[in-house]
Design a protein around this ligand. Structure first.
Ligand SMILES: [Zn+2]
Ligand SMILES: [Zn+2]
Length: 362
């Protein structure tokens, strides 16, 4: 007898799942729905490993429902489309990011901001419209409504573009929305990990001067020589911080570990903006005097809508922006999670699903 997950849908699927908060991933047989009339079915070729996957498999946000098949940086090739699908055909290279559904009728949805829809459905761990749990990209194939499917341009390599579907849009959207995308502006990027390293690349492609802000000088050469940052600022170095005071138009803060915002407020000019895209578990202490004396603001941002995600991918293709990745086999995934926890990756793990995920014989 198979589990509910194996029998609730007609198509046999295979992936790797976490069964409890130990977070250990192991082979998992489940099922997916048949291709509906607006659905695109695609063979998964690569899937990036996002820090969210780690939080979710270990139930660190206390809302995980097991089993969890993680993965929301998914790229592959279309194998079947429904009768009413208009945007895609068999053989197209496509991707799915963090969401697979939304209400399609609220103000957010009407304004191409599905990511802020109160009924937004996550790619994994959400209850889908049919009442079943969504499963992500650590799996052999995906079925998704075409509205939530992104076209991957031919000139982008599929492995290195997968992380753009979460990490890329997470930093691209605030650069655009908060107006930190004007040539000649000076933007700081706090944290040089999966998010930060693509933030540097997008901001540079927009013509912005970029300073990476980090607690240690370890990544200085890499930030400047490999990623193209203009400058590097060690946040623990008071002299450097003093010299950079009031020089930035904005800051994209990608760090999810607790850290003070006050020193960052000092770095921005009047009318400057600090955008938090990392999600510390504890509330951030916000000193108000330094904000009002300079009309400064602190804001947030979470991924982006589908229209903007496509725009981001097309921009990446035009400017040859991709993530720096380490491609791994799926049976390395638990080790990869341990390394990710220690920030021991430059800068994103991507699982080679097609070549290394072999269905178990059951
Ligand atoms: Zn993510
Ligand atoms: Zn909505």
């Amino acid at each position: 007898m198979g589990s509910v997950a194996e029998q609730e849908h007609p198509k046999k699927a295979f992936g790797w799942a976490a069964r409890d908060s130990s977070g250990v991933l192991s082979p998992f047989n489940f099922s997916r729905r048949a291709t509906g009339e607006k659905d695109v079915t695609f063979k998964v070729l690569y899937c990036g490993i996002c820090h969210t996957d780690l939080h979710k498999i270990r139930n660190e946000w206390k809302n995980s429902k097991y089993p969890i098949v993680p993965g929301h940086e998914i790229v592959g090739e279309v194998t079947e489309v429904g009768s009413k699908v208009e945007k895609f055909k068999v053989g197209d290279k496509v991707g799915v990011g963090c969401m697979v559904g939304s209400c399609r009728s609220c103000d957010n949805c009407a304004n191409n901001l599905e990511n802020y829809c109160p009924k937004m459905l996550l790619t994994y761990g959400s209850t889908y419209l049919d009442g079943t749990i969504t499963y992500g990209g650590y799996s052999d194939f995906m079925v998704a409504d075409e509205h939530f499917v992104i076209r991957i341009p031919d000139n982008l390599p599929l492995d290195a573009s997968a992380p753009l579907l979460c990490a890329g849009i997470t930093v691209y959207s605030p650069l655009r929305y908060y107006g930190l995308d004007k040539p000649g502006m000076h933007v700081g990027v706090v944290g040089l990990g999966g998010l930060g390293h693509v933030a540097v690349k997008f901001a540079k492609a927009m013509g912005v001067k970029v300073t990476v802000i980090s607690t240690s000088p370890n990544k200085k050469n890499e930030a400047i020589e490999r990623l193209g940052a203009d400058a590097f600022l060690v946040s623990r170095n008071q002299d450097e911080m003093q010299a950079a005071k009031g020089t930035m138009d904005g800051i994209i803060d990608t760090v999810s570990a607790p850290h003070p915002v006050l020193p960052l407020i000092g770095l921005i000019k009047s009318n400057g903006k600090i955008v938090l895209v990392g999600a510390p578990e504890k509330p951030v202490e916000l000193p108000v005097f330094p904000l009002i004396g300079g009309r400064k603001m602190v804001g947030g941002s979470m991924i982006g809508g589908i229209k903007e995600t496509q725009e981001m991918i097309d921009f990446a293709a035009k400017h040859k922006i991709m993530a720096d990745i380490e491609v791994i086999a799926v049976d390395y995934v638990n080790t990869a999670m341990e390394r990710l926890e220690k920030a021991d990756v430059r800068y994103r793990f991507v699982i080679d699903i097609a070549k290394t995920m072999k269905p178990s014989t059951s």
